[in-house]
Ligand binder design. Structure first.
Ligand code: NAP
Length: 484
């Protein structure tokens, strides 16, 4: 059974930064896949815009190469490719100059949904918003999509929000966090609010703690310069991990509607306690015989930026008082794996005696690779050896549970771009959410900057610095293994 595809209304989409890395690797392949899936019609315009001189033919050639590399599974679809490329156009313009904007304005049709993807650095967001307004492209139904990083701290995020708000209403602004576009992340809401099974247990009475791990095996690579100014806290925790935490911890919204969901997420961020200095561990990866260390890769021999961070957080509200949330993320770790684990408390009394050992239910939500959900339950070990208990997983790997075709769901960018066209903001961050996340992040960073502490070294291919393990051991807990 193939997944159901509900076509979207006709639209014109402009990709500012249409010749950049993100457009090449993510945006154009995502659009192409949705086109092949039948989600939009040929009467659509996809316009790249950048400073480099290029005509429509040149942009089609650029896109053809990008699709060959980043959507190779569709290489045989020659007809679809020709139809897709025919929709592409290019306008040469500078976000900071006037030339080219009239040409762009002429190409955008008035009776279509119009979307503008700001796939450029945040320093250009304000210029683009202003010029869209000036050229009559900002009104009513227009949407803008902005990429991370949305600010470097609270002050810069506020300035970005103000710059956009001068020309666009909040309902027109789509701040992308591609983690929110992942199938499992949305499934988290389905699991919590679509079943009676979990919600009664979803609180500090039954949940011992929650762990969120986003581990990457690669280093900073070509992003060294940007990354060294940001670090794991700004690059990953303030946005992606914070969003995951919100979805896990939030109260049930009254309905699945963008503002209802985002109101509840905002309350979680506002309920976060300040982080105690001892509850943060920062690390920097070491090199190997073949791989450079962080400082070499980042091109900064004195760098004190963290490529790994682990934190212990508390959400101070009735539901979660007393249940710690442990977050960790880093580069050059053992495996590329992302998961959320809800670790339930021990049964209040073991009728099987101490020799049965300690057993816990753990609900694991795997984001990557191999998206799926697993519930660890305790059963009797089969056989005649008496009442010995073991933990086994009730595994719902989507590919197995749903069949490979149903589980072949769109990647995050595909879903999010189509949500922009549909006008559905549920999976995008609202301005106040982003500011609240920075308001919580800034003092944590200020604390370690004031203390002048350097990140701890950790070996490439490890699970981070030993102190991160201690963060949990001190509490009588341990991290789940980072494994595929
Ligand atoms: P990039 O490869 O440097 O591309 C930048 C694009 O913007 C190019 O098309 C460039 O073309 C255009 N551009 C630059 N200055 C411009 C101006 N003044 N007016 C009009 N166009 C201009 O950057 P990227 O990696 O695609 O990233 C774009 C944004 O997405 C950044 O904010 C980045 O942080 C964010 N992001 C990227 C990734 C990723 O995987 N690459 C992931 C998440 C977020 P010209 O030089 O010809 O103008």
């Amino acid at each position: 059974m193939a997944s159901r595809v509900i076509p979207v209304d006709p639209f014109d989409l402009v990709i500012f930064g249409g010749t950049g890395d993100l457009a090449r690797r993510k945006i154009l392949p995502a659009l192409y896949r949705r086109f092949v899936a039948g989600q939009f019609e040929r009467d659509t315009r996809l316009i790249g815009a950048a400073r480099g001189a290029m005509d429509a033919e040149g942009y089609r050639a650029f896109a053809r190469d990008a699709l060959a590399e980043f959507a190779p599974e569709l290489a045989g679809r020659k007809r679809a490719l020709a139809d897709f490329l025919a929709m592409l156009d290019h306008v040469t313009l500078d976000a900071r100059g006037e030339e080219g904007w009239d040409i762009l304005a002429e190409k955008i049709r008035k009776d279509r949904i119009r979307a503008f993807y700001f796939s450029v650095g945040p320093t250009l967001f304000g210029d683009l918003a202003r010029r869209l307004q000036r050229h009559g492209l900002a009104h009513g139904d227009a949407r803008i999509v902005v990429e991370k990083p949305f600010g470097h701290d609270l002050e810069s995020a506020r300035a970005l929000n103000r710059g956009l708000a001068r020309h666009f209403d909040e309902h027109q602004i789509y701040r992308i966090d591609h983690y929110l576009g992942k199938e499992t992340v949305q499934n988290l809401m389905a699991i919590r609010f679509g079943n009676v099974l979990f919600e009664p247990l979803w609180n500090s009475q039954y949940v011992d703690h929650i762990q969120i791990t986003v581990a990457e095996s690669v280093g900073v690579g070509g992003r060294g310069e940007y990354y060294d100014r940001a670090g794991a806290m700004r690059d990953m925790v303030q946005n992606h991990l914070m969003q995951l935490l919100c979805l896990i911890a939030m109260e049930p919204p009254a309905k699945f509607d963008p503002d209802a969901v985002r109101d509840e997420k905002l309350k979680v961020i506002r309920a976060l306690d300040p982080v105690a200095p001892g509850a943060v561990v920062r690390g920097q990866y070491e090199g190997t015989d073949t791989l450079p260390d962080y400082r070499t890769e980042a091109g900064n021999p004195e760098s004190t930026t963290e490529s790994f961070i682990a934190l212990k957080l508390h959400v101070s509200n009735w539901r979660w008082a007393g249940t710690p949330f442990y977050l960790r993320t880093g580069k050059r770790l053992r495996e590329r794996t992302s998961e959320i684990a809800v670790v339930f408390k021990d049964a209040p009394h073991s009728i099987f005696g101490p020799e049965a050992g300690r057993h816990r239910n753990i609900l694991t939500i795997r984001l990557q690779p191999n998206e799926g959900i697993e519930l660890g339950v305790t059963i009797k070990e089969p056989g005649p050896g008496g009442m010995r208990l073991i933990d086994v997983p009730l595994d719902m790997t989507f590919a197995e549970a749903l069949g490979p075709e149903e589980a072949d769901f769109p990647d995050a960018y595909e879903r999010l771009i189509m949500d922009v066209i549909r006008g559905n903001q549920t999976l995008f961050m609202r301005g106040d959410e982003v500011e609240a996340a920075w308001a919580w992040t800034d003092p944590v960073i200020a604390e370690w900057e004031a203390a002048g502490t350097a990140p701890l070294p950790y070996a490439t291919g490890s699970s981070g610095p030993d102190d991160a393990l201690m963060l949990m051991h001190r509490d009588g807990r341990r991290w789940r293994e980072i494994r595929p």
